[in-house]
Structures are given as C-alpha cells and as structure tokens.
Design a protein. Structure first.
Length: 74
C-alpha cells in the first residue's frame, strides 16, 4: 500500500507539470484518497469477518468490569 501511495503521489504531480495539466495533481490526490479508503474498508471487513476486531481477553474484561463496578458501588 505504501509503495503504491508513494509512487502515485510522485507520478501525478510530475506528469501534471510536464504535460502542463494543472488539474492532474488534485485528481491524483483524489484517486490516492479513494484507494486508501477502499483498503481500510477491506481491512476492517477482514477484521469483522474473522472476529479479530476485539481480542477475547479484552472483550472479557470489558464485560466483567461494569459488573464489578456495579457490585462495588452498592
């Protein structure tokens, strides 16, 4: 991902300068941004589907802590 991002972030402004197309750099930035968003969504989807979003220990602690705090406050 970093390689693609770096390559295109160099290519688009240089092509815009050499071809004298002022809007090529902003279009490249939009394309790179969409690419990054798509990759993050795919990563998030992978974590949700494989249930790696929250490790089991963290999930257990987050469920137990409120119960213990309720008992402590009585």
């Amino acid at each position: 991902m970093i390689l693609i991002y770096s390559t295109f972030s160099l290519i688009f402004p240089l092509m815009g300068q050499f071809l004298n197309i002022w809007w090529l750099d902003p279009v490249g930035a939009i394309i790179i941004s969409v690419y990054i968003i798509v990759e993050w969504v795919k990563t998030f989807d992978l974590y949700v589907q494989t249930n790696l979003l929250v490790p089991n220990l963290t999930l257990k602690i987050s469920r137990e802590l409120p119960r213990q705090m309720r008992n402590f406050s009585r």
